[in-house]
Design a protein around this ligand. Sequence first.
Ligand SMILES: [Zn+2]
Length: 301
Amino acid sequence: MHPSPLRGERLTSWLRRTAMEYGLDLYELIRQGLDLQQKPYGFSDWRPPEYFITALSVKTGVEPEIIRRTTYTGALPFLFSGTVKPKSVLLPPSDRPLRDLLEWLPWLRNERQTQLMACRACLANYPKAGIFLSWRLTLVLSCPEHRLMLEPARVTAESVYWLGEAAEGAPDLVHMLDSRICQALTEGYVELPGGKVQAGDWFRLMQTIQEELSRRLYGSWNDSSLILKVWSDSDRCSMAGYGSKSFERISPHRKRSMLIATAMDLIERGSITPVGVDAKLFRSAPGNVSWLSQNQLAKTF
Ligand SMILES: [Zn+2]
């Protein structure tokens, strides 16, 4: 009677599916199933109290560590601890302090009431299907499993209503970035061409690239031309498949993800040679190939 949490599933989604097995709603499950008279203060996918996780673990037999990973503080602890060291990828290391990772919290979508971004294929058999942590990250644009862009949907306990007409396929670069972000969320690490990095370092690398691309350039001609190349290639990639839509109409989230993904892809294909200390993580060892070719996605933009 106890479904296990799916990989990357949110706590509230897992509990909703568990409650459904008993013919209860989420809060009836907490009151009756967990012997808690009221839902714990601050109960959500963020940081449920430890006594709640313990009670849940005892009743379901699921390890507390697995339950913690169904929350944002459990899956992305570095967002809340600020312990990740500064990086440099595209540009030489700078004395200028990077913004604190806590400022990344706005990178989580503000989900209003029942509306969220979701994958149409993942929710095909809703309400049995799960809702995933990654869908709330503004950096994540698609579902790596189904290669579909996330879409706005209204989700209640029983039903899902799609606000768009059809799912859009995910461009290769978006798929590459989202596969890595979702690996960081579910596995706690990401495999890059130059080696494996911990999830916290991975998020810091993405943040670093974004900041380096936004920095005012006073450096060498090489630095400036490299940054301009990433911007112009990214513009071209973002426009692909958009027909007559102007670049201005593409969402800021999509532009940002495309910029970060383009920078990584250019380094991996050897089209740019940045001097940042951590750029080596995106360079393949001799004999290796870039992520896109490795995944047989020869069609780039
Ligand atoms: Zn999906």
